[in-house]
Design a binder for this molecule. Structure first.
Ligand SMILES: Cc1cc2nc3c(=O)[nH]c(=O)nc-3n(C[C@H](O)[C@H](O)[C@H](O)COP(=O)(O)OP(=O)(O)OC[C@H]3O[C@@H](n4cnc5c(N)ncnc54)[C@H](O)[C@@H]3O)c2cc1C
Length: 344
């Protein structure tokens, strides 16, 4: 193999991609992880719901993960994969390199300790691999409300399983951004009896839904949120409404629009299937997509995957992919043995 040829290229170095890399490097596969360095939960100081890592720093988790992968000779490249073509046995991935990545002789950061940084001004490089794992995550598109972006990951969050315990018994708000917000408002009541569901969409609530929310004491305000309020330290204090009133709150739950980072999957021709979050890449239980040789893992394959699930999807994809390579290696060995036998 030449230096730019790998058994597997993994696009995305979050929990999903790194766990796939860990399984594959331990299976003695030559692995390149390409990572743009912007994990979805980078806005949060703590990560919850991951057994033995509850409360851990999300970025530290990935730093430890990168060290483990490198310990098994996996290579991690800082950059953004911008195109993927080819088929099983011969995929080609073009990467816009982050500046730091070009410091190494082979263009990889495998021998350095630096975390990937996200900038991509270091030129491009092309790599080939027999198989691909796309673990590129998703983007959270927040509603455009002044002050909301600044609170994302601290005062404003999305997932009660990630942040509900820390918000227990506080004054909680849910902004009605779409149909999923109804589910969110219903769920959040599990963590506090003081819940305000706010936004013009609440005007159109199904009567049975309204009855259920009101029976559980959820306050419903059908007014637009005009801005998010915070104190001098930047701590969230409430929301200002379009009717000129304010609501005091300690924590806000918001349902952002979820957009898969699935451009490479579409380039490769992977099919999608309709799900609760819209059209998402279809795959079998191991993450194998409709394109032979291409696996998907983590949020790019399942919008609802928490970190532990994303890591598990990566591990599953890694094991299935290795079995696929073993089968291919065996077929090639049999063909070679038969060719030798036929000349004897
Ligand atoms: C504010 C917030 C708080 C959260 N808190 C929790 C929590 O407490 N517990 C929990 O379990 N979950 C939490 N989550 C969910 C968590 O972020 C996801 O479960 C997790 O990030 C999914 O891992 P992943 O590997 O699929 O994707 P990511 O972690 O997003 O990693 C994907 C990686 O791929 C890179 N990438 C994307 N496109 C490319 C490309 N073309 N080329 C190269 N690299 C690329 C990205 O830059 C990123 O580094 C939270 C989410 C948010 C938004």
């Amino acid at each position: 193999m030449n230096e730019n040829t790998y058994d597997v290229i993994i696009v995305g170095g979050g929990a999903a991609g790194l766990n796939a890399a860990l399984v594959l490097t331990r299976a003695r596969r030559r692995v390149l992880v390409v990572d743009a360095g912007a994990p979805r939960n980078r806005f949060a100081a703590h990560m919850h719901g991951f057994l033995t890592r509850d409360g851990f720093s999300p970025l530290e988790l990935l730093e430890l993960g990168r060290a483990e992968v490198r310990g098994y000779l996996g290579e991690i490249l800082a950059g953004r994969a911008v195109s993927a073509t080819g088929e099983a046995g011969g995929f080609e991935v073009t990467v816009e390199l982050a500046e730091a990545a070009t410091a190494g002789t082979s263009g990889t950061t495998g021998g350095t300790s630096g975390a990937t940084s996200g900038g991509t001004s270091g030129g491009t490089a092309t790599f080939t691999a027999r198989r691909l794992v796309i673990a590129s995550g998703l983007r959270d598109e927040l509603p455009t409300i002044p002050g909301l972006a600044e609170q994302w990951g601290t005062g404003a969050v999305a997932c009660p399983y990630c942040d509900g315990w820390e918000a227990r018994d506080l004054r909680l708000g849910v902004i009605a951004t779409g149909p999923m917000s109804i589910h969110q408002a219903t769920l959040i009541r599990q963590w506090s009896a003081d819940v305000t569901f706010v936004g013009p969409l609440t005007d159109d609530l199904d009567p049975a839904v309204r009855e259920g929310l009101e029976a559980r004491g959820v306050r419903i305000l059908a007014t637009d949120v005009s801005s998010i309020l915070s104190d001098a330290d930047g701590t969230l204090t409430g929301v200002a409404l379009a009717d000129g009133t304010t609501v005091d709150l300690d924590r806000l739950f918001v349902g952002p629009r979820l957009l898969a980072n699935d451009e490479l999957l579409r380039q490769l021709g992977a099919e999608t299937a309709e799900g609760p979050m819209g059209a998402w890449t279809a795959s079998d239980f191991t993450g194998l997509t409709s394109v032979p040789g291409v696996w998907v893992a983590g949020n790019s394959g399942n919008a609802g995957a928490l970190v532990v699930v994303a890591a598990g999807m990566g591990a599953m994809a890694g094991a299935a992919l290795n079995a696929d390579l073993v089968a291919a290696d065996t077929r090639e060995a049999v063909e070679a043995a038969r060719a030798v036998a036929s000349t004897e």
